[in-house]
Design a protein. Structure first.
Length: 134
């Protein structure tokens, strides 16, 4: 609990300092607070600039791994699918969905999701990068 108090104090002083958020997420993982850690990685993702593609992918991957570890990945995938189907589509949810599919080695399904993202925004850099990698 002392470590958690130190993280909270640091974040109170510098709430936008990404390295403190990352350190807290890693700590939460180490002490098996997986739900909190996944939420922290999602917060980190929202804080990252749009052009920090590899860092954004890393934060998404960490959250997905934690959801899987908690047996929540299937439910999260359904939520991301619904959000992607909204008008306008939630493209970040689509990226989460595609990454979750890649995590489960569902390559063809992930490619379809990434193409849906590209239909909504043809020059979506992260979708293009993921398509290129597969």
């Amino acid at each position: 609990e002392d470590a958690l108090q130190h993280f909270n104090a640091a974040l109170k002083l510098k709430p936008k300092e990404l390295k403190y958020h990352r350190a807290l997420a890693r700590y939460q993982e180490r002490v098996h607070k997986y739900r909190d850690a996944a939420a922290r990685w999602e917060k980190i993702l929202r804080m990252l600039p749009g052009d920090a593609h590899s860092e954004r992918r890393d934060a998404r991957a960490k959250a997905i791994g934690l959801y899987d570890q908690q047996q929540h990945l299937t439910a999260r995938r359904r939520a991301w699918e619904r959000a992607l189907g909204e008008t306008p589509p939630d493209l970040e949810a689509g990226l989460f969905l595609a990454e979750a599919m890649l995590y489960r080695k569902e390559f063809a399904a992930a490619a379809k999701v990434l193409e849906r993202i590209r239909e909504a925004r043809p020059k979506h850099i992260e979708a293009l990068l993921l398509l290129e990698e597969r």
